[in-house]
Design a binder for this molecule. Sequence first.
Ligand code: 8YV
Length: 327
Amino acid sequence: RPARPSVIVTRRLPAAVEARMADLFDASFNKEDKPLTRAELSDAMSACDVFVPTVTDTIYAGLIRGAGERLRLIANFGAGTDHLDLAAARQKGIVVTNTPGVLTEDTADLVMALILAVPRRLAEGEKVLRAGQWAGWAPTGLEGHSVTGKKLGILGMGRIGRAVAKRARACGLKIHYHNRERLPANVERRLGAKYWPDLDAMLAAIDVLTINAPYSRETHHMIDARRLKLMKSDAYLINAARGSIVDQEALIGALQTGTIAGAGLDVFPDEPNVDPRLLRLSNVVLLPHMGSATFEGRVGMGNKVIANIRAWVDGHRPPDQVLEGWA
Ligand code: 8YV
C-alpha cells in the first residue's frame, strides 16, 4: 500500500477537509463540483488508489470491473451505499467504506422537522405569507393537525430511526417500529417503542410513517400502492432515506386522491429530477436531499473518509468497512 496514496474525490468537500486530505494524501477534487459522467468516472477510477464518490455517482459493476488494478479502496462520502455495486467490489477485492454515525443526529433533526412541518402546513403558510396573500389571523386559517398524541411508525430502526424515536417521543408521539430484527428489550423500553413484526399491520395502525431504512433489493418499492391503501386516509408519509423505497407513481396517486393526507420528501427516485405532479400538490413538503446538509455533518463525514483511508494505508481494517448487503 502506498504511504501517500493517490485519492480522487468526485466533488468538492469542506475547505478544512480538503486541506487535511491534501496534506495526508496525493488528493485531487472535482473543481467543477458537478456529477461526473460515466466516462469521467471510468477514467478517474483507473487513475487512483483510493476513489471517493458521493451519492451522485452511480458506480455500476461494469465501472468497477473495468477500473485499473490500482484501485484498492472506495471510500464513500456518505452513509448509504446503494449507488455502489458492492458485489462487484468484493469480487475484485476492493474495500468499500462509508461514513455512518456522524450524520445520524442531523438527519433525524430533518425527519423531525418534516414530521412537524407536514401536518402543521408550515410550507403552505410560508408560501402564503411570501406571496403577500396573508389576510390576517383567522380562527380556521391554515388549520393543520396535532402531532402530540399521534402514533409514529418508524420503518427501519437503525441509528437514524432510533434518533428520530427519541425526538418524536419528546414531541408527544407514540413510537411504533418495524425492522428486520427486533431491538433488545432494554432499548425498546428506553425508546418507549412498540415492535410490529408485520409491516402491513403497523401501517394500518399509525398516523405518521417515517422511512429510515437503507435502500436495497429488499426495500425497493417496499411502500407500494397496496401498502399505501393500508394507511389511514389522515396519515402522513415522511421519507428522508431513499426515494425508491417508495413507489413514487403510487405515492403521487395516493396524494392526489386522498388515500393518505400528505407527505414530506427529502429524497426522490431520480434526483435531481422531481416529478412535476408533486410540485403541484399542496399537501407535500419537498426538500432537495438535505438530510445531512450541515457544516458539522459534512466535516464529520470528510473526517470519517480520512480515517478510513488512513486505516487502510496503515494496513488495518478501516473502521467503517461496508460488508456486502449491509450499509
Ligand atoms: C449524503 C445520504 O449527503 O449519507 C447518505 O446516505 O443520503 C446523504 O446524507 C450523501 O449520501 C453524500 O454522498
